[in-house]
Design a protein around this ligand. Structure first.
Ligand code: ATP
Ligand code: MG
Length: 394
């Protein structure tokens, strides 16, 4: 029954003179999301809102799914669109709308008219009364409440007439492309896809880097990370995924440093490599899925030691989240089922029984000295040999 959608956004409305940049980015992201949908659509911007008019048949669920995945969209109202018509015909259409959307309702309602087309024969107040009366007459049990109604039927009289009352929540946030670019350290776990999604929700474009260690980590573990990137790309658009072969570095660290420090030293090398690739790719920051206290390498002391190698800022959106809250988001964004597939990631394969939980930076640096003969060459080789793929939903 719907032919149009009103797309509401919240936060980008407060950006002053730069507002048009945000609106343009939002329109761009909506167009991108609609490419996946059947049908032909026209987008039009009006101050504070965007209208989407379908020009052909389309799949309602598919369009809602696409629109509610776009960061920056606060909510989507499905709209019944009418050609310009007389008040009597408009009132009849409003009654039909009501009967279809709220059959057997005992709710209260009001009509709210916006009339940007000033040539219309009735003004907003007159239209409110005309349409309200028609609904009261036609829908048994319905009552008016102008102060605190359960249902507000909005009628917009523009070049066409738009009727809507329902709002389907969108993800909120800001449109991708309005806040720079980040390099996400993406593993096969639950946390990092959620961390990437959260940063992207603030308008940040993301690329990703994955460290794999064949044959200790399998092709299926790598495929799992690609699948996760694909799930996240539903929200972010295509993701450049850099796959770094970490085996030689990991073995070299394993052979030359104390085993209880392996994880922390390895993590320092991951961060160094991720930062180098981030700079090559013109990212302004790194993103990880770390959260205080989750594992030995995420105690405050370990995080400080890992962080010490970075010059770019490292954003850790999950830093103060409990696992169950992270899991809830991963279920919502549909990465959870993929994340819990059982393939090893490269952190778990060499894990010491008792890794240090309070590493001392001085000691760690001293032990890294034992790597100096080959490690720089190995790091450069790992960066040079990385495989980059573009991951997108289809
Ligand atoms: P996740 O659920 O994201 O895998 P985790 O709880 O398993 O996190 P760690 O394995 O300690 O935690 O990793 C912490 C963070 O380091 C991850 O969230 C991710 O950002 C990054 N990371 C870990 N392993 C890899 C990897 N193989 N490739 C890329 N990044 C990684
Ligand atoms: Mg992990």
């Amino acid at each position: 029954m719907f032919q149009s959608f009103l797309i509401k956004y919240a936060e980008i409305g407060i950006k002053g003179k730069n507002r048009y940049l945000f609106e343009d980015a939002l329109v761009r992201q909506i167009k991108l999301a609609l490419k996946k949908c059947e049908g032909s659509f026209v987008l039009s911007k009006t101050p504070g809102r965007i209208f989407l008019d379908a020009e052909t048949d389309f799949d309602y669920d598919e369009v809602i799914e696409a629109l509610t995945s776009v960061f920056g969209v606060w909510g989507v109202c499905p709209v019944v669109r009418l050609e310009m018509c007389e008040p009597e015909e408009l009132a009849k259409a409003a009654v039909d709308y009501f009967k279809k959307v709220y059959p057997n309702t005992d709710k209260t309602f009001k009509v709210f008219t916006r009339r940007s087309n000033k040539g219309y024969p009735l003004d907003s107040m007159e239209l409110n009364v005309c349409i309200g009366d028609a609904i009261i007459d036609a829908v048994p049990g319905i009552k008016v409440d102008v102060h605190n109604p359960d249902i507000t039927l909005t009628v917009e009289v523009r070049d066409k007439i738009y009727l809507y009352s329902e709002i389907i929540p969108g993800p909120g946030g800001m449109p991708i492309g309005t806040n720079g670019k980040a390099m996400l350290l993406l593993s096969g776990g639950i946390d990092s896809p959620v961390a990437g999604w959260m940063i992207a929700k603030r308008g940040v474009k993301i690329e990703a880097v994955y460290f794999h260690a064949p044959p200790y980590t399998s092709e299926r573990a790598k495929q799992k990370v690609i699948d996760l990137a694909k799930k996240v790309s539903k929200y972010t658009g295509p993701i450049y995924l850099h796959i770094v072969n970490f085996t030689d570095i990991q073995l070299y660290i394993y052979e030359n440093t104390p085993h209880d420090e392996l994880t922390i030293i390895m993590r320092r090398y991951m961060m160094r490599i991720a930062e180098a690739i981030a700079k090559e790719s013109e990212c302004q920051c790194l993103v990880t899925g770390e959260s205080i206290g989750q594992v030995a390498s995420q105690t405050t002391q370990s995080l400080v030691v890992t962080n010490e190698v970075c010059t770019l800022p490292v954003f850790r959106p999950l830093i103060a989240f409990d696992k169950e809250d992270i899991v809830a988001i991963s279920k919502k964004i549909d990465t959870y089922e993929t994340s819990i597939l059982p393939f090893e990631d490269c952190c778990t394969i060499f894990v010491a029984k008792h890794p240090v939980t309070k590493p001392n930076l001085g000691i760690i640096k001293k032990h890294e000295e034992c790597l100096k003969e080959k490690i720089d060459d190995m790091v450069n080789k790992a960066i040079d040999d990385k495989e980059t793929i573009i991951v997108s939903e289809d």
